[in-house]
Design a protein around this ligand. Sequence first.
Ligand code: AMP
Length: 939
Amino acid sequence: MDRTPPALLLALFSLLCRGQPGGQPSNEVNLLDSKASQGELGWISYPSHGWEEISGVDEHYTPIRTFQVCNVMEYNQNNWLRTNWIPRNSAQKIYVELKFTLRDCNSIPLVLGTCKETFNLHYLETDEDMGAKFREHQFSKIDTIAADESFTQMDLGDRILKLNTEVREVGPITKKGFYLAFQDVGACVALVSVRVYFKKCPFTVRNLAMFPDTVPMDSQSLVEVRGSCVNNSKEEESPKMYCSTEGEWLVPIGKCLCNIGYEEQGPSCQVCRPGFYKSTPGNARCSKCPPHSYTHHDGAVHCSCEKDFFRAAGDSQSMACTRPPSPPGNVISVINETSVILEWSWPADTGGRKDVTFNVVCKRCGPGQLQCEPCRGAVRFLPRATGLRNTTVTVTDLLAHTNYTFEIEALNGVSTLARAQRQFAAVTITTNQAAPSPVTVIRKDRTSRNSISLSWLEPERPNGIILDYEVKYYEKEQETSYTILRSKGTNVTLSGLKPDTSYLLQIRARTAAGYGAPSRKFEFETTFSISSENSQVVLIAISSAVAIIVLTVVLYILISRWAPECEHGENKTPHFILRLPGIRTYVDPHTYEDPSQAVHEFAKELDASGITIDKVVGAGEFGEVCSGRLKLPSKKEICVAIKTLKAGYTEKQRRDFLSEASIMGQFDHPNIIRLEGVVTRSKPVMIVTEYMENGSLDSFLRKHDAQFTVIQLVGMLRGIASGMRYLSDMGYVHRDLAARNILVNSNLVCKVSDFGLSRVLEDDPEAAYTTRGGKIPIRWTAPEAIAYRKFTSASDVWSYGIVLWEVMSYGERPYWEMSNQDVIKAVDEGYRLPPPMDCPATLYQLMLDCWQKERNNRPKFEHIVSILDKLIRNPGNLKVTANTASRPANTLLDRNSSDMASLRSTGGWLDNARTLPCKDAFGGVGYTSCDTLTKTTAE
Ligand code: AMP
């Protein structure tokens, strides 16, 4: 019998393990390692003559315990080896790593038929250790284990044994522990080591966040783990990672940043050492203190300035500390009569800053006078006396023959922080003799046909004693033939002049230094006498002038009746509207061949660098509407609205967008939105207007339902009417007047906005297509404009009536949810909106007047403004409400009085008339959406 002695298997074991890798991966946690046990493992063999426990040595000659069985000569082998109870800890999925050797059956003579080359691995879950009790049938099979490499007798001869390593997964394990069992059915096998482990995601630090040891789940799902920031760091975005079933960390999200005073070093935040600082959180390194600054402690967030060095308010922590400059040097003065040019050199030490400026102080010092006094206001500095960036200044308008001292001081951004004494360079000069300054004030005392008497004031700076004045005069346009008079005093009478003739005159003063510059030219006219033949000519002239004026007025009246019909959309004739002088006329930008010329004619081009956008406040057709600020040179910063043209626009869109500015730019009225300017030379293209804090009127009223007094509402309406009067006087027809197109500022001032050409109606979500194809906001538009596009100031008046209704009903939708078709039909049949709740009768009457079918019967805006003005002056006239006064019978709401009383008594008027579907609010008329409307009038 050739049975390999079991002892031999182990004797050779030290050879076969050579070269096997030693350590195990860090994410594996052992539950059992047979190699770690020096003493007997005490596993149970069934039957007892089957598996045998044997001592051996591993590759390091460390003693280990192994098991072997080799009953290959006997039939029906069923040898079990069971481990001790293994607690599973937190593991769900278990790995079993087996190392074993197995003898090749072919290499054992005479055993064919009985010899096997596999053994079976089983397990059993239990909640407690069952001791030596063993029941074969309780175990579940994990797998049959076969050898990748088996060995032969020859291998034994060569002293090479081949070690097999097999790993199997078991899980999920749910009970507290388990046993493993190895079933031999007739193989020659030596179990060299058994290791049982589970995998975990080990503690790690990623992006400065710590993730604890985490045991994965058995299923495919990942475990989400939140990290906590390492010491001295803060979450920037909450850190997270996922632990995979394989014990690997995946998908790090978020991070922590080192606090100020700490820097990132490897997986931790280390404090900044003395001499270093870090003023912002983040992963930057600590920086060395800039020049002239220091820190003496750990964790500095900024460095302090050395003595006599400072940091200005706007200086960053990374800037060196600086000090005031030294005084300027080498002051040179060049005197020219009563002016002086001062020049000096740059300070030797600028204190480490570039923002050096100079101030020049002028002092007047009398001869022998010890103390100087500040120069008086008349002295002029060019370009100015303070904040000079260059090293020169020109001082003019000094007194002649006078001593002056100029002190020149250099300053920089930290001068105000340094308490040191002022240091300056000074120069003293004496001005020269100078001619007198020009006479500036000349008065005409008396004029006659042939003479004129004049007087004047002495020049501001005579620069000496005035000896006399020279008066030169001549007939206008006859400069070559002049007359000169001299006067010791400050008045003269010129005689021998021609009647009714214009003369020009100049005066100059003379001192010992000579003549001063002449005054500017002064024009006067002698009076004219009427001779009998002249008087006839005059009479004819006067009567012709009167006739021309009367004719002009008559023509104006005639044409102004016709003019509003020359609306901008259809008859582009604004250039031909005849208006009285003084009233400007709207010019349609479409009449320009090049529309961008119109923009630049009417709108100021703004420098985009002066515009700051703060936030988006609305959406326009062409892009966002933002609020922001506009700073123009030498003006205060103001709040503005900025309409932008979105990227990717076509040339036509750009033109249409800017056309609003071309129109708005022509208007100048407190109730019309004011254009500040446009940006067309850089992108994005913008229209900048004044900012209206309360946004559009309709939403403003809805937000403040029933919160205003009637007088406040009338005040707003008056503003809108006044803006519209201005537009109609200019010959501009708005076409889309509605509360949504009125803007309200913080003082409740309402201003008309939304100007445009084709845009007007394209842009308005209320606009609907009519049968004639155009897009029209039906509910706001007069019938003639809907029917045949007759847009005039009178159709704007109709829309004004609707705005009046919107205002008095706090932003209610005109005609509620009636369809556009029903609105057209009802209005055409003579129905009108009912009075809003508590609406003064006078205002409701005004609405009805605006909604006269015959457009010439509607009031003009002029008239509307004066009606509202009267109501504001006499608020008593607003007391009677339209609901209590007798209402006209053709209003859409026409219920019998008992119904109205019940609505009123339950306080439900608002809920019913203002917000209920119209079929509840109206009596029936037979419209599809409102079939209970009634028409009780004979229109
Ligand atoms: P528009 O394109 O003119 O209809 O403007 C769209 C929205 O932007 C309006 O409904 C307002 O809410 C807002 N808006 C426009 N102009 C101004 C402005 N001058 N001041 C404040 N908000 C404005």
